[in-house]
Design a protein around this ligand. Structure first.
Ligand SMILES: [Zn+2]
Length: 149
């Protein structure tokens, strides 16, 4: 009887311990962030609506840098990160070379597919294309912590 109870108890202990572990994708993301492979695929979501926009793996460098600081003709400053692709964003309007920030590249405004917020620009030249996304309009999914803030 005692032995039976002990066995049951140790089973319960294991159950309890495994239940205490974070389960599911959302809770385990911070742990994954320490890995090298999964680190590359952390999702960046729209800060307003949490729609997935792109991932860390899509980060790229343009003119030797991932992050660029640019000022538009209205004097507004934007810190943008360059990404090869951003499936969660869509281009609106027409491509133009006017006031372009990257020589030889046309630009189009891109917005969030979830909420329509302006997220940045899609730049394209005959030989390359990339998204320039405004850094403070995105956040790592792992940082969202649940609930809007
Ligand atoms: Zn959005």
């Amino acid at each position: 009887m005692t032995r039976f109870l002990l066995e049951r108890f140790s089973d319960m202990e294991i159950d309890l311990r495994s239940n205490l572990r974070p389960q599911g994708d959302f809770c385990s993301l911070p742990d994954f962030a320490h890995g090298t492979v999964t680190d590359q695929s952390r999702r960046l979501v729209c800060r307003l609506c949490r729609h997935p926009i792109t991932t860390d793996a899509e980060r790229t460098s343009v003119d030797g840098r991932h992050v660029h600081l640019r000022t538009n003709p209205f004097g507004l400053e934007f810190e943008i990160g360059c990404f090869r692709d951003a499936p969660g964003a869509r281009a609106v309007g027409e491509a133009t070379l006017e006031h372009t920030w990257f020589a030889g590249h046309t630009w189009e405004i891109v917005v969030c597919r979830g909420c329509g917020q302006h997220l940045g620009w899609f730049f394209r030249s005959p030989t390359s294309s990339f998204f320039g996304l405004i850094r403070n309009r995105l956040e790592l999914e792992a940082e969202s912590g649940g609930g809007a803030s």
